[in-house]
Design a binder for this molecule. Structure first.
Ligand code: ZN
Ligand code: ZN
Length: 540
């Protein structure tokens, strides 16, 4: 594969004499397989130069794919300025995670609203298709792409590209799950092992390295890596070449030179074969596999914790915390994400619920000496709750020192306070670890009678009305995330079906809204009645 850097800066474009060599444009990388598959990763301001170059190369049209890590400005600001989008005959597939505020397409179109930009997304002349991604694998041309969720305040994906027997990984923006690792020292554990497994054995890793270990403590929670952490991780994961990128806007060329020299001296002293470079605009790298057999493997991603099972009627998330405000904040975040949950009143209640219904996610607290969350998980495990192997355990604590990040029973530590959006991003990340599994409703016991009554009412073989298990509108656009139904039950007890409301956002219906739905259902039943009731005709 050929890799060319068009934008290397993080946060905001910073062109000028101090950033001339490493570049001032924000994130954008071009990747081409030997067979000619064209991929663009991230669409920061660097995409402007790339777009111009592509138009010179193929003015009449080309096919390409854009992979967006996340929709923070420094990764999408070049999107409305990417010339191929305005050219008829060009075809582009745009991939990325959908954020908290809707699908990838709707978020991208948000920055092109009239107040911000004169041209709307609908006015692009190229054929553009949008694809929302979760964790998984997608194949584009001859390139196999595996995605992996990163630790960032927005839902963010890393990409692992495999083609031509080589592997390239792109990881921007990401903060170590364990802040202690920002120093580049200490053992990897928990989610860090999961992250290391994702980049394992890659020939080339392009990694966020916005800060140094010294700067990191003041930037905790901003969602970025230190140089030392990126190096440590790549050493541990047996990576061939590491390219440090997402340079801080305050970082000038001379400082990047110094940082790089320091890293290389350290590596030489330790005798580590890892090669480290700093991304610079215009840098072109060609990958060739060091070990063709190893490179052909898909990443050995270890299940740090299992999937959140969010099928309707599936087990709820279980919450058990001491602090009332925290409990309310968790409730709000879970509600906004549309996930059912139960707040346990006691350890016994939690245990009983877990044994009886299972759980999709455990949200517990470490607040010693009052509450020992990890101790509780250990007791549950020892009590034979083997289902815990598949349930993500998120542990909240207000005291950094109480976070035991190497505890294998804890999937993730969140140090309080956390913002609502960050909490939602993490809950969403766990809920997207694997796709939701939907189950078809079982046929009712009186199915024959139901079909007979439908035939009598002349409703059978009318327009096709799907139920929504595995429905493309759930799995694809517009990604239905809310469903409310009122069953249509005739006087003789036959259930004809359901009057449904759907939406693309999770919603909670109020009591008044629910009774309105029931009223509408009653009106329909009156309409369907073989002898229409005169009252129905005059109903408001
Ligand atoms: Zn960024
Ligand atoms: Zn970001």
């Amino acid at each position: 594969m050929l890799v060319r850097f068009w934008g290397t800066r993080g946060s905001i474009a910073k062109p000028g004499p101090d950033t001339f060599r490493f570049g001032g444009n924000t994130s954008c990388v071009e990747v081409r397989s030997d067979a000619g598959t064209l991929l663009v990763i991230d669409c920061g301001t660097g995409a402007h130069g790339l777009g111009q170059a592509l138009m010179r190369e193929r003015p009449d049209g080309m096919e390409g794919s854009l992979l967006i890590s996340h929709t923070h400005w420094d990764h999408i600001q070049g999107f409305p300025f990417f010339a191929p989008f305005f050219a008829p005959g060009h075809t582009w597939d745009v991939y990325g995670p959908s954020g908290l505020s809707g699908s990838l397409r709707s978020v991208l179109s948000g920055q092109m609203q009239h107040a911000y930009f004169p041209v709307t997304l609908e006015q692009f002349a190229a054929t553009i298709r949008y694809h929302d991604l979760h964790e998984g694998t997608v194949r584009i041309g001859d390139v196999t792409i595996t995605t992996h969720l990163l630790n960032h305040p927005a839902l963010t994906l890393a990409y692992r590209l495999q083609a031509d027997g080589a592997t390239v990984v792109y990881c921007c923006d990401h903060e170590p799950h364990d802040p202690a690792l920002a120093s580049g020292l200490g053992p990897l554990s928990g989610q860090e092992l999961h992250h290391a497994a994702f980049i394992e054995g890659a020939d080339l890793v392009i990694h966020d390295a916005q800060y140094t270990a010294l700067e990191f403590p003041a930037k905790l929670g901003w969602g970025h890596s230190s140089v030392e952490y990126a190096v440590r991780l790549c050493e541990e994961a047996g990576v061939g070449r590491l390219v440090l990128t997402h340079h801080d806007p305050l970082r000038n060329d001379a400082t990047i030179d110094l940082i790089l020299a320091g890293v290389r001296a350290d590596l030489a002293e330790r005798g580590t074969p890892l090669e480290v470079l700093a991304a610079s605009e215009g840098l072109v790298l060609r990958t060739s596999p060091r070990d063709p057999e190893a490179a052909a493997d898909t990443p050995r991603v270890e299940a740090g914790a299992g999937a959140l099972r969010s099928e309707p009627g599936g087990p709820p998330a279980l919450v058990w915390v001491t602090d009332g405000d925290l409990e309310a904040a968790l409730g709000t975040a879970l509600r906004l994400e549309g996930l059912p949950f139960h707040v346990a009143g006691s350890e016994a209640d939690l245990t009983e619920r877990l044994e009886r219904d299972g759980a999709s996610l455990l949200l517990l607290e470490q607040a010693r000496p009052v509450r020992d969350g990890p101790g509780l998980v250990r007791r549950l495990r020892e009590g034979g709750a083997t289902a815990l192997d598949d349930i993500p355990v998120v542990m909240l604590t207000a005291v950094e020192e109480q976070a035991h990040r190497d505890d294998p029973l804890v999937s993730e530590w969140l140090v309080l306070p956390v913002s609502e959006s960050f909490l939602r991003a993490r809950i969403q990340a766990w809920s997207l670890r694997t796709p939701c599994r939907w189950e078809r409703a079982r046929p009712p016991r009186d199915e024959d009678q139901r079909l007979r009554r439908l035939a009598e009412l002349g409703l059978l073989d009318t327009e096709r009305e799907e139920r929504f298990a595995d429905h493309p509108l759930v799995l694809g656009e517009p990604r239905i995330r809310f469903y409310a139904g009122a069953p249509l039950i005739l006087e003789d007890g036959t259930c004809l079906g359901t009057l449904c409301l759907i939406d693309t956002r999770p919603r909670q219906l109020s009591g008044a809204e629910l009774s309105l739905l029931h009223d509408l259902r009653d009106l329909i039943l009156l309409e369907l009645s073989p002898q229409p009731c005169p009252v129905a005709l005059h109903h408001p």
